[in-house]
Write a protein that binds this ligand. Sequence first.
Ligand SMILES: [Zn+2]
Length: 566
Amino acid sequence: MTNPIARVIGVSASAAALGLAMVGPGRAQTADIILLHGRILTLDERSSVREAMAVSEGRIAALGRSTEIMELAGRKTRVVDLRGRTVIPGLIDSHIHAIRAALSYSVEVNWIGSSSLEEALGRTREAARTAKPGDWLIVAGGWTPEQFREKRRPTQSELAAAAGEHPAYVQLFYGWALMTPAAFKALNIATDADVGPRGRLEEDADGKKTGGISGDTATITALFSRLPSPSFEQRVAGTRAFFRELNRLALTGVVDPGGFGMAPRDYQALFKLWQDKALTVRVVYTVFAQKRGSELEDYRNLTQLLPMGMGDEMLRFNGIGENVAWGMYNNDNPSEADKAQFYEIAKWAAERRMSLNMHWHNDRSVGQLLDIFERVDRESPIKGLRWAIAHLNDASAATLERMKALGVGWAMQDAMYFDGERFQKEKGAEAARRAPPLKTALRIGVNVGAGTDAHRVASYNPFVALRWMLDGKTVAGTLLRGPEEAPTREEALRMYTLGSAWFARDEDKRGSLVVGKLADLAVLSKDYMKAPLEDVGRIESLLTMVGGKIVYAAGPYAGFEESARR
Ligand SMILES: [Zn+2]
């Protein structure tokens, strides 16, 4: 991108010849931070790799060779010696329930990334040791038996042994939960009738209850909502800690699609951190329909004081979704009335130049959604509004062509990493070979954003997702996706940066490292471009910067971290 206010000021002739430029006429003539001796993957149009960078007033002021960039150093400039390390633009997850995950992060036990059931239960045992009497031990998701050496779920007696006196709850995706006897007692659950219309208390061959509860998404969501909810202070602490955890993994931005049960009060911890200038991840968020039947009325009310784009570079309102209307959510056979209602809402959003993203799973039924998008587009053009479809792992080329023609983007996640074997069993090996069709999407030119859908159904770790994008292997090691749908390392990284920024209408402000853009970046523990594939999933950030501020630093850079302003 070209920055209209970029000027060459106080830069040596040789530096000027290299295209070095300082941002902000007449102001900062020296850089705030300088990064030297690295491999900076800029993701500019020519895929340039630069050695050094200067950051000034939160933006990238110059890129070039170390000796030239050093000329921009002043007395107060902080200098980071990269020692050959790789720097990437800050990663952006284009579909993560980050606001919700953050609320309970300080009071949950995290099984994400654990390689054995024994290790996972050990985390619960550890949490039990430090928890206050009566505190719940909650695992809200983000794990699958496939990741464990034991390849199975925990039993109630194992969980109870780890949790001790504490009531404990473990959720697997949105279909199953395990609770200890203390938890059953605390929630007064004794029969199927106590777990909603479609919940079932599982029994073993002898008719003895196992502690497992199975049900559909609504049942498990309702069950989860009966757990004690964190206090406001715990929510603020959780949000702070979760965003720091994302920074540890090189994330500097999220596109948040709301979620079941996310009431306006559930956004207050986020807003508090924003007001305190303590956010360390840029958040754009959409409103998710909470009540069946009053979707449009609710959007109308909520957006009277919240117009599209309201906010700033750290936090911004980004439209509606991922549940736009209940009638078409996870419904492959919507009625005419469902479609008419969706059309009315979509038209309303288009007329207000609002972004819209919709959750959809099956290619065989997505035409009904696209029919509505096309109809709206004829009446009120949606190109440029950054409408999107999330998931759609079996997208056909024809569907992607229709999306491209409408300017509709694809928010793609690593669901197959966790759930690939089940998908293969249901749809066959041929379908699994192209799920999701990343190369086809690139060839067609539809905008693809990468992400995880964390944390109830997946891990939020972007490097696990990047590795899976490259090699197509599930958490259990099964090779599913074919090489014909495998992107290059740079293509995958572009999806996780510029591709995701597109959904926030921000690709000209972040997602690549060019002069004038926001200084959002991460210094990696390993070279993403050259590390063996199996190591890509283990990469972490050693230093993460958001808008020129060092929000996370570890190892050799630990001394650089600026504690968040309160
Ligand atoms: Zn979804």
